[in-house]
Design a protein around this ligand. Structure first.
Ligand code: C2E
Ligand code: MG
Ligand code: MG
Ligand code: MG
Length: 279
């Protein structure tokens, strides 16, 4: 064979590598290897009850310490993982790690003992028939009471998938709490709230952080509706005291945000508790 033919093959191969498919495949491979190599870890952000100023729970947020890239935020790899069942593998790892951490905190009798643990669940994983087993398996292995776990589901996935709603109902019947994440940004109307198997509504940061009086009215409205249907309301992304005042006056129950504490590792003290001790 000629040299030109060989070069042609190399060019075709090169092109292939450069395609979206090639890049996706490489990243998927790296995620899989990273899961096996222990490159993923969780940070925990406190959920503060506004009436007491105390943490009542934490939310687990995944990070990836990818060799050569530094620590990557979930937005850089979860969307790709969601294109395949890889996100289910990530989801199982998160459930295992988060429940194991909860058990460790309980056993160590720390400031975090007795808190709830919220995990973010991909719509794809939730729509898998084995999802309930994945959750129940993690709880059983670690001896965690189901109500200590909060499953956070982005509002956009609630839209009419029968497996999703069945899984949510089953988990809820077992005592696991369900929260709608990023509420207000998706397709759920307030009118659907009484029909959804959920316990908590998390109002999206875009409404909480906004200085627009219309957005503040919406926060008030969402909180009032949620309360009317017996749901607990959490405001996401509270950064400033003025925003806390606004959500307080809107009767929001609890809050998360940099004002109380950034997501931190399992070893670092909860920032909100540290602040309260200083005061
Ligand atoms: P989310 O569940 O709505 O989490 C809140 C995000 O806002 C987190 O970003 C958090 O670090 C950030 N945040 C918290 N307080 C503040 C604040 O006061 N100001 C600002 N500007 N940001 C704040 P993060 O950790 O990058 O996570 C982004 C999203 O990735 C999450 O949004 C969630 O949808 C997804 N995610 C995180 N962990 C997991 C996971 O384990 N599995 C899946 N499937 N998705 C995850
Ligand atoms: Mg969340
Ligand atoms: Mg959110
Ligand atoms: Mg989000």
């Amino acid at each position: 064979r000629s040299k030109t033919a060989g070069r042609g093959r190399v060019e075709v191969f090169d092109d292939l590598l450069r395609t979206e498919l090639g890049r996706r495949f490489e990243l998927e491979k790296a995620i899989r290897a990273g899961l096996a190599a222990g490159e993923f870890f969780l940070h925990y952000q406190p959920v503060i009850e506004l009436s007491t100023g105390s943490p009542v729970g934490v939310e687990a947020l995944i990070r990836w310490d990818r060799p050569g890239y530094g620590v990557l935020a979930p937005d850089t790899f979860i969307p790709l993982a969601e294109r395949s069942t890889l996100v289910n593998e990530i989801g199982r790892w998160v459930l295992a790690e988060a429940t194991a951490q909860l058990a460790r905190w309980d056993a160590a009798d720390t400031e975090r003992s007795g808190l709830t643990m919220a995990v973010n669940v991909s719509g794809r994983h939730l729509a898998t028939p084995g999802f309930v087993d994945d959750v129940v398996g993690a709880l059983r292995r670690e001896g965690i009471d189901p109500p200590r776990l909060v499953v956070e589901i982005t509002e956009t996935v609630l839209v009419d998938d029968p497996v999703c709603t069945t899984n949510m109902r089953t988990l809820r019947a077992l005592g696991v709490q369900i929260a709608i994440d990023d509420f207000g940004t998706g397709y759920t109307s307030i009118g659907q709230l009484p029909h959804l198997p959920v316990d908590t509504l998390k109002i999206d940061r875009s409404f909480v952080a906004s200085a627009d009086p219309a957005h503040q009215s919406l926060v008030r409205l969402m909180a009032a509706a949620a309360h009317a249907f017996g749901l607990t309301v959490i405001a996401e992304g509270v950064e400033l005291p003025g925003q806390e005042n606004a959500i307080r006056s809107a009767s929001v129950d609890a809050a998360q945000g940099f004002l109380y504490g950034r997501p931190v590792s399992a070893q670092e003290p909860l920032p909100a508790v540290a602040a309260a001790e200083v005061a």
